[in-house]
Design a binder for this molecule. Structure first.
Ligand SMILES: Nc1nc2c(ncn2[C@@H]2O[C@H](COP(=O)(O)OP(=O)(O)O)[C@@H](O)[C@H]2O)c(=O)[nH]1
Ligand SMILES: [Mg+2]
Length: 448
């Protein structure tokens, strides 16, 4: 991983626009742009954080476009290096010509490479760097808020606090090791135990909320399932408020699944409409039904629809017991019921003709996932990488507690505390490997 060459890329969206922005970053960034800019001396002598207006021309001095440069001098830039952002008129041809000039001296940035440099130069910790991408790709307001919170370092600083506490516990073990043969007072075992238990509890709380954090970041996967004609595609369309899926009175209309994203009270949902569950001899329909089962397995919530005009209740054997915890049973076509459903019913009835039950369904989804507005008031782990590291840390702390309970020796406790700290350091990026960084930054877009 080299930090010495200059990198450049278009950082605004492709296509025609009012303005297009290109960025070049690296120690030579300012002098490179100056070769193609008039007045060059104004750029070369410019302090950081200045805008300079002038002409960008090619190597032969032929004008390409009138541009505005934003100058950032190290370390006061996004990447921590000298950087220039060139705002030109938003014609892709002009941007290409400017890029061609820059590429004579700099190389094209890889996906996420500006942010990678920001991380390597200590401008952001790894959880903040990940949040940059989350903020760009967030599909609902709560996902944006979660990403912004992480970008501002709420998770990172909470984890630094945990690291400091692990360090204090470890220090006590190390003192006990160093002074074992001297006549010094023993360390307070209850205090050490309380510290380790406190850490286990805090990491457990972070993990418990992390599942919700992951749902908020990735989108809550909702699978509509049930018998053919139960009303899945109609409910899918009602939730999307658009006629996306084909609805007919013929059972088996939906064969391949459909996937769409919506926002529910600011939480991002990814909804899947699936082929109705039945045994079928039709090859295409059977393949669709197999997909329905796969989606039910990977879903966060299964909405299991029962046509209330046909059946009064759900047969318990219809639902896979492994999925019971994530299944919400919904009675559809409530408008066809006569008499109307009892008002005190705790079951969810809905109708796409009088879309009353949709509110009850929405709150049932959020309740099942324990998603409330105040979830964003506290530090939140939001991706599976964080959750895996938290699990590793918790396991090491649990081992440390077992070693303490068994009087196994302070060396063993200290060893486990070091592993617990290493796992947390992976989240903030104090320790990282090239492979880990490649995995994270290759998901970014070019220019970020
Ligand atoms: N009256 C009434 N009919 C509905 C409702 N939802 C769906 N239907 C009808 O039930 C049939 C099957 O609906 P569809 O959404 O295609 O079911 P799917 O096979 O589960 O996707 C269609 O004729 C729909 O018009 C509803 O809430 N009320
Ligand atoms: Mg359908």
């Amino acid at each position: 991983m080299t930090l010495h060459d200059s990198i450049c890329a278009q950082i605004s969206a492709a296509g025609n626009a009012a303005i297009t922005v290109l960025r070049i970053s690296g120690s030579d960034a300012i002098s490179i742009v100056a070769k193609y800019f008039t007045p060059a001396d104004k750029l070369l002598s410019s302090p950081s954080h200045r805008l300079i207006h002038g002409m960008f021309h090619n190597a032969q001095g032929k004008p390409i476009d009138e541009v505005l440069l934003s100058v950032f001098r190290a370390p006061h830039s996004y990447t921590g290096e000298n950087s220039v952002e060139v705002s030109c008129h938003g014609n892709p041809n002009l941007a290409s010509r400017i890029m061609e000039c820059l590429l004579l001296h700099a190389r094209m940035a890889k996906p996420g490479e500006f942010t990678l440099r920001a991380y390597l130069n200590g401008k952001l910790d790894l959880s903040q760097a990940e949040a940059v991408n989350d903020l760009i790709t967030a599909k609902a307001s709560k996902a944006e808020s979660a990403a912004l919170m992480q970008l501002q370092g709420k998770l990172g600083s909470h984890l630094q606090g945990i690291l400091a506490r692990i360090g204090e516990a470890r220090l006590r073990c190390e003192l006990a090791i160093d002074f074992a043969d001297q006549d010094l007072p023993q360390i307070d075992l209850d205090d050490l135990n309380n510290r380790i238990v406190g850490l286990i509890n805090d990491i457990s709380a972070l993990t418990a909320k992390g599942e919700q954090g992951r749902c908020i970041r990735e989108g809550i996967k909702i699978c509509l399932a049930g018998a053919p004609n139960a009303g899945k595609s109609s409910l899918f369309n009602a939730l999307l408020q658009q006629n996306r899926a084909i609805v007919t009175a013929h059972p088996g209309t939906t064969r391949d699944y459909l996937e769409e994203s919506i926002s529910l009270n600011g939480f991002p949902l990814v909804i899947y409409d699936t082929a109705g569950l039945r045994s079928s001899n039709d090859e295409v329909e059977s393949a669709g039904i197999a997909k329905s089962y796969e989606l039910m397995q990977s879903a966060d919530i299964i909405i299991y629809l029962i046509d209330a005009s046909q059946r009064a209740s759900c047969d318990a054997t219809e639902i896979n017991p492994d999925y019971l915890h994530k299944t919400i049973i919904v009675y559809s076509k409530a408008d066809l019921l006569s008499p109307a459903k009892p008002l005190d019913s705790s079951d969810i009835y809905c109708s796409v003709i009088q879309p009353k039950g949709l509110d009850a369904l929405s709150s049932a989804i959020l309740k099942r996932l324990m998603l409330s507005d105040d979830i964003l008031n506290e530090p939140l782990a939001t991706n599976s990488r964080h959750l895996a590291a938290l699990a590793k840390s918790k396991l090491a702390l649990t081992n440390a507690k077992a070693a303490l309970d068994d009087n196994a020796g302070y060396e063993f406790i200290a060893f486990e505390l070091i592993s617990a700290a290493n796992a947390i350091e992976e989240i903030v990026g104090t320790v990282s490997t090239d492979e880990m960084l490649d995995n994270i930054f290759s998901n970014f877009c070019i220019g970020k």
